[in-house]
Design a protein around this ligand. Sequence first.
Ligand SMILES: *Cc1c(COP(=O)(O)O)cnc(C)c1O
Length: 404
Amino acid sequence: MTLFYSHDPGRTRAMASGIRPLNRTLFSRVPATRIEVDLDAIAANTRLLKQACTPQTSLMAVVKANAYGHGAVHVARTALSHGAKWLGVARMAEAVQLKNAGIDAPVLVFGDTLPDRAVAATGHGIRISLTGPNAARAVNAAAGAARTFVTAHIKIDTGMGRLGLCPGLNMDQTLADMRSMMQMDHLKVEGIYTHFANADAVDKTHAKQQLALFTELLDRLDAENRLPKIIHAANSAATLTLPQSHFTLVRPGIALYGLCPGPGVDGSTLTPAMSIISKIAQIKPVPKGFAVSYGSTHVTDRPTVIATVPVGYADGYPRRLSDTAHMLVKGHRAKVTGRVCMDFTMIDVGHIPNVSPKDEVVVMGTQGNSTISADELADLSNTINYEITAGMTGRLPVCYRQKP
Ligand SMILES: *Cc1c(COP(=O)(O)O)cnc(C)c1O
C-alpha cells in the first residue's frame, strides 16, 4: 500500500502538478490529522456500479462538493480509469477545477450557470444544465454574441420539486418549452435528465411515478423526433435498485464513496473510501470530579485518563457529537467527553491500557476489529452520511492510499 499526500487542488490551494508520491524520507510530512482516501475503494465501487448497468449505459462519476469531501481531482481520475466516462458537478467553478487539472472527460454542471460563464467554458467539454426557456434565451444570446454555441442538458422536474421544467404540472407547456429551446441557434441540446427525490427509500412508489412521468415525456419527444441523444435519471440509489431508470447514462455519487444512499439500498458490497485519522496531542490522568471542555458538560465520575485529539468542528467533525460519539485508540472505542471544540476534541481512554501520546486515533474508519462509520457519526449527529463526508471540507489535508 502506497500513501500519497497531496494538497488537494480544491482544498488548500491551486496546484496543477497533481499527486506527489511520498518516499520514506518525506513520510513524516504526512500531517497528524488528516483525511485518508482509499483510491482502490473508489475504483472498486466504480466498477461495481458499472457492472450494475448494461454495457449500453455510461457512468457519470458525481464529484461535486470536492467529491463529497474526498478530493475531486484524484477521485475523478480514479473513476475515469475504472469505467466512468463522464463527470458531474454542481457549480461551474468545480468543472473548471477539473479542466485545469488536465482532465479531458466531459463534465456536466448540474446547477445554474451565468450566461457569460457558460459561453467561456463550453468549448472545454463542459456542458451546462438548463432549467427552462428563460435561462436558455439568456445563454443563447450570450453564445450568439460570442459567435459560438453552448452544449446543454435540459433539466426536468418530475417530482423532486427543485429545478427544471414540470411536465407533471403541464405536459404540453413542457413540450412547447423544449421545442423552443431546441430551436435556438446557439444552443446544442445534447441531453435531457431528471433527478429522484426518494429512490433511496424502501417504498419506490414515488420514484416509479417520477420515472413514469419522465418516460411519458420521452415518448412524446420521440414521437416528434426530438429525443436528445443522452438521457439520464439515476442517482446511486436508482443505479443500484431501479435498472429501468438507467437509460443512456447513470449519475452515482455517494455509492462511489462506498456509502449507502439510504434504507432502500443494500450497501454491503460497497467499500467506504474515507477515514479520518489523528494523533493524541496530550494525555492527562485526572481524578474524579474533573471538568472537561467548554461548558464543563462532562465531569469525570471516577479517576480516569483524558486524551486530547486535534480534530474539531472547524475540520468538519460535528459539534453535535459532543459527549456522544466514539473514536478508536489501540482498537478500542473511546468516548468523546465534553464538547467538541473548534480545533480539539477530548476522549476518555481510562479503560485502554498503555495509551501514549504517539498513538494514532481513528476518528472515522477502521482500527483493528473496530469501525466508526460515517453512518454511525451521521446517526449520532442527526444527519446523513453525505453531510459527514461532504462536511470535511475545511482544513484537513487529504492523503490518498493506492496499491502500486
Ligand atoms: C448529487 C447528485 C447526484 C448524485 O446523487 P447520489 O445520491 O449521491 O448518488 C446525481 N444527480 C444530481 C443532479 C445530483 O445533484
